[in-house]
Design a binder for this molecule. Structure first.
Ligand code: ASP
Ligand code: CP
Length: 348
């Protein structure tokens, strides 16, 4: 399947073959993401990033990815400074903005907004998160990071036990991730959530219809048992009309819990941000120096994967290998002080 010119609104679009092609391209682009090589395949192209909701990773990594491909970026955050605040419709905004650029990345608190926006333009629109809907580029980078983690610890992607933990009802990253995990074979997916925050039924049914076992649990102590991957999430407080009841401390994923119930080589991921405020009971920081915690390798994976996606959507993927040349500016050997052991087999 060709991604050229496509809107990327859902992770539905990606089957296993497409995922593996993107992993390969993201591997090729890793030295560019790390500032070791240069490519200019998108020289002259412009991306518009429109974020109507808070973001650190998605906005900055999409922009960085486009810039590293040689393109330029124009961006705006929040509707307060846009003419939407004067009553302009999303459809008009879309038609106008897409006359200024070659690709749009958009985040919006309402599920339907990105669809409305994409319907009004032929320029590819990438969903950077639509309310409690989806976050397809996050799921792509999660799968890419996971593929590396399992390769590093000699595991295949198939036949794994995956625990998705937390606010599975409002968490858009886990919605997109369910669709991609279920492209693999023979998975056991354990949805571990407080009763009112369970995984939407249609996503459970989708995974089951593809031959996987889906279990539900409201107790991390049992739900995480023997997990290969623990993918935990923040309570999506901004999606509740009233102040939400915080996670009980049973949902605080910490070193003691992971050591007690998961496999020794479990991978612990989180899309981030983790909520560090007192009483939030999000992912604990006592795993920070634990090799099982992959959250920063996960964020690092975002740049090469988003580069691979942009290059594919704009039809320049094939030109990448021949376009690479060395970069000459200073870069540390590894981005984080503890990174070295994890990047042994990753081409810089
Ligand atoms: N950053 C992710 C998102 O925007 C996850 C989160 O905010 O909890 O969906
Ligand atoms: N993971 C993620 O989407 O982070 P931001 O909300 O900071 O973009």
């Amino acid at each position: 399947m060709s991604l050229i010119g496509k809107h990327i609104l859902s992770s539905d679009l990606f089957d296993r073959e497409e995922l593996e092609r993107l992993f390969e391209l993201a591997d090729t682009l890793t030295p560019v993401a790390r500032g070791r090589q240069i490519t200019r395949v998108l020289e002259g192209a412009v991306m518009a990033s429109l974020f109507f909701e808070a973001s650190t990773r998605t906005r900055l990594s999409c922009e960085s990815a486009f810039l590293r491909l040689g393109g330029g970026v124009t961006s705006t955050t929040g509707s307060g400074i846009m003419s939407i605040s004067k009553g302009e419709s999303l459809a008009d905004t879309s038609r106008v903005v897409s006359g200024y650029c070659d690709l749009v990345v958009m985040r919006h608190p309402e599920v339907d907004a990105v669809h409305e926006f994409a319907a009004a333009t032929n320029v590819p629109v990438i969903n950077g998160g639509n309310g409690a809907g989806e976050h397809p580029t996050q799921a792509l980078l999660d799968m890419f990071a996971l593929h590396r983690e399992f390769a590093r610890t000699d595991r295949t992607m198939d036949g794994r036990r995956i625990a998705l933990v937390g606010d599975l009802r409002h968490g858009r990253t886990v919605h997109s991730l369910m669709k991609l995990i279920s492209r693999y074979e023979d998975m056991t997916i354990v949805c571990v959530a407080p009763e009112s925050l369970g995984m939407p039924e249609e996503l459970v049914e989708l995974a089951e219809s593809r031959g996987h076992r889906v279990e539900r649990s409201d107790r991390p102590e049992t739900g995480l048992k023997d997990a290969d991957l623990v993918y935990t999430t923040r309570l999506q407080t901004e999606r509740f009309a009233d102040r939400p009841v915080p996670y009980s401390d049973a949902f605080r994923i910490d070193k003691a819990l992971v050591s007690r119930v998961c496999r020794e080589d479990a991978v612990v991921m989180h899309p981030l941000p983790r909520d560090g405020r007192p009483g939030s009971n999000d992912l604990a920081t006592d795993l920070n120096d634990d090799p099982r915690l992959a959250i920063f390798r996960q964020t690092d994976a975002g740049i090469p994967m988003r580069m691979a996606l942009f290059a594919s959507v704009l039809g320049v993927a094939d030109a990448i290998p021949g376009s690479l040349r060395p970069a000459t500016w200073y870069r540390p050997d590894y981005t984080g002080p503890d990174d070295a052991p994890f990047y042994k087999n990753v081409a810089f």
